[in-house]
Write a protein that binds this ligand. Sequence first.
Ligand SMILES: [Zn+2]
Length: 227
Amino acid sequence: MDIPSQHVFEVLSGKGVEELHHANSIATACQFLRSKALMSRGTVERMGLAQTAQSSDDVDKRYSIWFDVFLDSVDIHARAGRANAYGPVLFVFDLALIDRNKTGRIWVTKENPTKWAGKSDEKRWFQGKKELNDDFVRGRFDQMIVLRHCGGSLPFGRHLKKIILDDPKLKTDENVNIYSMAVGALRLAMQDANIDVPIERRRCKAQCKCKAHWSGDDERLFKMFDP
Ligand SMILES: [Zn+2]
């Protein structure tokens, strides 16, 4: 069920949500910067642009959310103390990103689509402003803001505030620092698009499990960090 963007903006704003977040790989993040837009996985694929396969792709296709753009109300890495499965780049937008007419109507999930099997539409999506106001909890990971029917592409204009980037503290076989390589790729993409926002090196809590996530699997590391 879609909800007018103005209503979603008002409810989230009332609950203290000031920023929206979107995590992705370096390669996909560079494409977004060059396009100055967030794009759904389907749109990126259709345009023939490089993108990184995600474990949720099959679920996304099954539930026809392949052309949707997903946003979170919190920084999952910081909150959960683990790497974000969608990638090491976190785009941070101000909430006003969705306070615009061209965003159209917005959908909000009650549960992550990976848990949707056998559930009705009412169990999958918030049904309106009142329900959203009653039950939306800032920081509940399952409750994702989904932009559908926006042509699979959401121009972010001046709403991108910054990028937070994981530092795996690892080097390539050629002794290149992976964090520096990633920053270089993002900066180049920003230059091409005439964007200039800060890239922050992520500071983790002491118990954060992300280092183990990145050092434990070389294939995952390069899939996510390779520009
Ligand atoms: Zn961490």
